[in-house]
Design a protein around this ligand. Structure first.
Ligand code: GLU
Length: 462
């Protein structure tokens, strides 16, 4: 049997990191087993679902490079199929029409609460023989006796008593099918073998298994993934910072850093922290996923991001950096290749956002930091900057070594320490006191820009 997994988000908001981790586990497991990974958009809640959210989810999946083999399927395009399955269940007596009014159900609920019972449908319409006038919902005829048991791939054997499960509504009075029903029809039609999803769905699983059995199907295997907590041990939410995948992009993280971070958040392989995609595909196993919830740790994510900024291919990192530069309104079409900026700045940035903010002077006008200018671009620096400019003008090859040699020569000739030469030059070229080493910065800027910036700085000095 070939493995088929699915990620089934409801498009009622952005893709959050918990959802992304579930998607990653589904993707990894399918890849590992050389199976198929399906994307299914569960958009039957037409009031809360939006096209914007669908787009946000698709964008995030693409950014994370979680390629799906099939889909996206949309549940709103499958209503005929749900209707037909509902009719089949009605005909076979496995579902029934329930005409109970809202008032009756409300009274029932209130009485049950007063009697300290769990609110549940009492089966009032379960044995009606005749169709009645008026609106109705369709309920699944859940078995009354026995238990539903399944072997969760993460949590082990779980068992639920049918007596605890009431006859759930599968189609509402407006004809719209409900979540538990559409999931079952889809999982069946799409031949899903492994349902990997958040543990907030554990209580739905016995209901879904019962419906699947009523449809004559063998239920898939289930793996319920625990939730992600904030650093304070509470469920991860906006108040802990970013929760949306694309917010992490905006904050300057690389997709591979976020994925590596998320996979470890709930799964481990010894104490290995860094995994390539290939390694993950080989090593990942649902049985290695933790039952306990995991807490989000920003420092570790930053550490991974730094690692990948330094080790991923500069072309790939440059593509992401280009996105950030564009967001900052920096035109990178003129100037050094972004791959070289990545190589020069990776060591000294925590995120790509920071890298972009620190690199605009390679492309546009220099923004002078007041303090740095006051301190380093004074009349005292005119001889230094003038000599540097003259030596740079005459330099035959504009590469790191000779550029470094020029700075050494000037330092020697003027009898001034290297730092005293480099700092005014740095402010002249970058507007501030922090940049990659001078020879690297000079090489990246090129002769023309260097000379014109020194000339402008000389005016400020004097
Ligand atoms: N649409 C559900 C959700 O976003 C997931 C359902 C499932 O995976 O079975 O929570």
């Amino acid at each position: 049997m070939s493995v088929i997994t699915r990620f089934a988000p409801s498009p009622t908001g952005y893709l959050h990191v918990g959802g992304a981790r579930t998607a990653l586990y589904c993707w990894l497991y399918a890849r590992k087993m050389q199976g198929k990974f399906i994307l299914r958009v569960e958009d039957t809640d037409t009031e809360r679902s939006t096209q914007e959210s669908v787009d946000a989810i698709l964008d995030a999946m693409q950014w994370l490079d979680l390629h799906y083999d099939e889909g996206p399927y949309y549940q709103t395009q499958r209503f005929d199929r749900y209707r037909a399955t509902c009719d089949q269940l009605l005909q076979e007596g496995k579902a029934y029409r329930c005409y109970c009014s809202k008032e009756r159900l409300e009274n029932l609920r209130n009485t049950q609460i007063e009697n300290k019972e769990k609110p549940r449908y009492d089966g009032h319409c379960r044995d009606l023989q005749e169709a009645q006038a008026g609106s109705y919902v369709v309920r699944f005829r859940n078995p009354v006796l026995g238990i539903v048991e399944f072997d969760d791939l993460i949590r082990g054997k779980l068992s639920f008593s049918n007596a605890e499960l009431d006859d759930l509504i599968i189609v509402r009075s407006d004809g719209v099918p409900t979540y538990n029903f559409t999931v079952v029809v889809d999982d069946l039609d799409m031949k899903i073998t492994h349902v990997i999803r958040g543990d907030d769905h554990i209580n739905n699983t016995p209901r879904q298994i019962n419906i699947l059995k009523a449809l004559g199907a063998t239920p898939p295997l289930y793996a319920h993934v625990s939730m992600i907590l904030g650093s304070d041990g509470k469920r991860l939410s906006k108040r802990h910072g970013a929760v949306s995948v694309m917010q992490y992009r905006e904050d300057g993280f690389l997709p591979e850093a976020l994925l590596n971070y998320l996979v470890r958040l709930g799964w481990s392989h010894g104490d290995q922290e860094i995994f390539s995609r290939e390694e993950l595909v080989n090593l990942f196993d649902l049985r290695g996923v933790n039952k306990a919830p995991a807490a989000f740790n920003m420092e570790k994510l930053i550490w991974l991001n730094q690692h990948y900024m330094k080790t991923s291919s500069p072309e790939h990192v440059a593509k992401e950096l280009a996105w950030h530069m564009q967001r900052l309104g920096v035109d990178t079409t003129q100037g050094p290749p972004l791959t070289e900026i990545v190589q020069a700045q990776a060591e000294r940035s925590k995120t790509l956002k920071e890298m972009a903010e620190k690199s605009h002077y390679f492309y546009g006008a220099v923004h002078f930091n007041d303090e740095a200018t006051k301190k380093h671009l004074t009349a005292n620096e005119i001889p230094t900057l003038t000599m540097l400019r003259d030596e740079f003008t005459q330099l035959a090859t504009w590469t790191k070594e000779p550029l470094h040699q020029v700075i050494l020569n000037v330092s020697e000739k003027l009898g001034v320490k290297l730092g005293k030469i480099a700092q005014p030059l740095r402010v002249a070229l970058t507007g501030d006191t922090v940049s990659p080493p001078m020879d690297v910065t000079l090489a990246l800027l090129g002769r023309e820009t260097t000379l014109s910036r020194i000339n402008s700085a000389l005016i400020l000095c004097g």
